[in-house]
Design a protein. Structure first.
Length: 215
């Protein structure tokens, strides 16, 4: 995870971070499939807040940014090239990547507006930004928000609705290209991928950089 207040927590939790995905393998597969729908078939990508690399490895993403030393070590063991850094100050030159991915990291950012501006900066002019997040306005999202104080992973999280995420993307110079949702219950079964947002707690929005005329 990439961010401020959660970094030390994730250093401590690194050894246990993958346990949920292993125990809930079918939910994990559903999340992977939702994200995979927007991953370009070619080009170089980077995951911002790559964590242990559990998503990046399965999605074929070989580059990541991660401020947690222990998380980064786990990602490197999976063959991911990891840069130490935060989303608000990415260690890359302008226009470096064809696409950028961020998965549930928005909840832990120090400043989401600066982070998204940085992501826009490192993307090529026709680059794509894919963000997966916990949709607060879904039935499960409301439960997550109400009970986050009981979770070591989410106790410092700031959850957002899909409409809030679209507004932030728009202000950051992105235009939405598509969205899907999944995880409608926490039962460990393969779950459907549905276009749109508002029901599945795991939402994915793909966006491109606005043209000069759209800004």
């Amino acid at each position: 995870m990439c961010g401020g207040s959660g970094v030390n927590d994730f250093d401590v939790l690194a050894d246990k971070y993958d346990d949920w995905f292993i125990e809930n393998d079918k939910l994990f597969e559903s999340e992977l499939e939702a994200v995979r729908r927007f991953i370009p078939s070619s080009g170089e990508g980077v995951e911002i807040g790559v964590g242990t690399g559990i998503f990046a490895e399965r999605l074929g993403i070989r580059c990541g940014v991660e401020p947690s030393e222990n998380m980064a070590a786990a990602a490197k063991a999976r063959g991911i090239k990891v840069w130490d850094g935060k989303a608000e100050k990415l260690p890359f030159e302008d226009g470096r990547f064809d696409f950028a991915l961020m998965i549930t990291v928005d909840s832990f950012l120090d400043d989401i507006n600066i982070a998204f501006a940085e992501i826009r900066r490192i993307l090529k002019y026709n680059g794509r930004f894919i963000i997966a997040f916990i949709d607060r306005d879904t039935p499960l999202g409301k439960q997550y928000d109400q009970n986050k104080h009981e979770s070591e992973s989410y106790k410092n999280a700031i959850f957002r609705s899909a409409s809030e995420m679209r507004d932030i993307l728009d202000r950051s110079g992105f235009v939405v290209l598509g969205d899907v949702q999944t995880v409608f219950s926490l039962k460990n079964t393969v779950q459907k991928i549905v276009e749109g947002t508002g029901s599945g707690v795991f939402a994915v929005i793909a966006s491109g950089i606005k043209s000069f005329n759209e800004i």
